[in-house]
Design a protein around this ligand. Sequence first.
Ligand code: BGC
Length: 708
Amino acid sequence: MKKTNFLWAPIICIISVVVFAISCRENIISKQNYTTLEKSLYIDSLISSMSLEEKVSMVHGVKGTDPNGLDYVGYLPGIERLGIPPLRMQNGPSGAGATFSSHRHLAPATAFPVPAAQASTWNMPLLYQIGKVLGLETKAQERDVVLAPGVNIIRIPEGGRNFEYFSEDPHLSARCGVSIINGAQGIGTMTSVKHFVANNQDDSRFTIDEQISERALREIYLPAFEASVKEAKVSTIMAAYNKINGVYCSENPKLLTDIAKEEWGFEGFIMTDWGTRHQTVTAANAGLDVEMSGWGKFGTAQFRDHLVNAVETGEVQETTLDQMVFRILSEMYRFGLLIDNKNFEKGVMDAPEHRKLAFQVAVEGIVLLKNDDNVLPLDTSMTKSIALFGDAMEARVSGSGSSNVVPFYSVSPYEGISNYLTNNTEVVYYNKANMSLGTADTRIDPDDVAIVFLYRSSTEGSDRTSISLAEESTLIEKVANKYSKTIVVLRTSGSYTMPWLDKVDAVFQAWFPGQEEGNAQAALLFGDENPSGKLPVTFGKERRDFPASEESDFPGIDDKVNYSEGVYVGYRWFEKNNTVPLFAFGHGLSYTSFSYEDLSFSPMSSDDKVMKVSYTIKNTGVRDGAEVAQLYIEDVTASVDRPQKELKGFAKVFLKAGESERVEHSISRRDLSFWDETTSSWKAEKGAFIVAIGASSNDIRLKKSFIY
Ligand code: BGC
């Protein structure tokens, strides 16, 4: 589509020249301001040419088929007479998967491992590349906005959308979100960070009223959104369905205006999730810029039906509506959609690099939880046959709901392993019918290996009713008794209880690993790749070990849910209660080993930067590999109750066998701070702090204190 607006170009030029002449004479406007002013004048001139009805048409997004017969998950129709094109949207975040009404798929796309797996890589340049491919594939399908990333916090293990989010930790979630946004927006595709804020459960998501303290909001639920705005200049924010402290997010003045727009300086536009419940006057005056209509009974059209009248009666000022339109046009201008003044990359689908990236993310995102006696990697020359049990014939590409991606191809575990084994190792699959090992018994050689694939689906729209993998206990025990090595591969959205854990030798947490699943699993099982993934969430032994085990805390009573754990989410909760996790936050094994040495501090002079922290990591094993080192801060002398420690930095370091590297982090004042509810501000208290460097949250290798 031709973006240049020939009609308006000369007018802008004339206005710009006049402004430039005046500004030069008065010597008040720098070149940079001039450019901003030029943009503002252009957009203002567009808005002043619009009728009230046209302005309102700009702030009501629709789903479905556009006048050219193309289907969209959502788009803003644009105004043809003024040369304003439609703004077309595409779902994310596991891939630029086109979904439409009732999540019907329109077109295939590269299916990456789900975001929880992406976070497990702790490899931010890799996430930047994912963002870039999301952007390129969105463009290739002639869309302008990818509805990603989702940076909500994984609060409860049952969360239906846990796989769509990155972590239980705000720092890791923020780094992941920023990387994805920078990757996509860097090639000219707008992103939408979602769901603002605290969409942490899917049961009753349209109506649930979450009671959350200001401190928990600031320390846990908001930081990833804050970083997306301040650091990555995200172009749109999608408001969540739920209420926070009695007010729907999409009509919440404190969230939308006070925090996002005023405090953080957000310059883009805020849209609703699809079909949120909101009322015209309240929402427009609260700072909502765009409503997206949804499906069925949630197909709301409040702005479309009532905003003209609200402006005419003065309940909503016309200047407010102008601001809403200004924000949309301003982002369209920034991304070259109004005037084709940017040199962005062209879109492309399913390129060979996209396939390679999907493989690499799967390899780095699969976490080796357990590897007794180094049974892995498997030596093919010593393995006569490999028996596959359970759900091995299907690739479990992604979770269900709007983020579900239909890939161009996918590789199941069976295919990946069979294709890998070009020697004489036999691969035998025992399907459900002979899972009991009955007739198969005679074929089994006691030296051989069994791999059991377990799968539990997860979906947007409802939470899981169980986090137990007990159902397969009998099978796993039988298999473990027969085979000399038993390996379990889990394809789940997160923490599950594993009553059979002691019986097996090795366990991989593979999440939903995208289109390259089987190839990545084979590469890790046979040691072509060395595992380097680490958990972005805590795995607990029992459900009661997690926060929110009372009904009033989850799923809630009478549409109300209390976040009574406050800031103690994930490992913060486990540490506060001295509960030993099944697998700790940040845990993940490698086929090599690493040592940590020589922690040192050097003070920094800037006001915000407190000091530099450095230490040396060495690969002490015989294989090349990567380590994810984590930096936690403990506030020793806090005047308020604070988590025992909090993640404030991490580094993924690739080291050849025997190689070492000095790692450096800088600590900011904000890293030392808590949200002080008495002054409503961040507070870094004077006193003693500890820097703890670890291979996981409960495998701390170096510690050193300092006085702030
Ligand atoms: C989901 C969003 C999604 C939108 C469009 C909503 O139901 O919550 O994450 O982007 O639908 O499919």
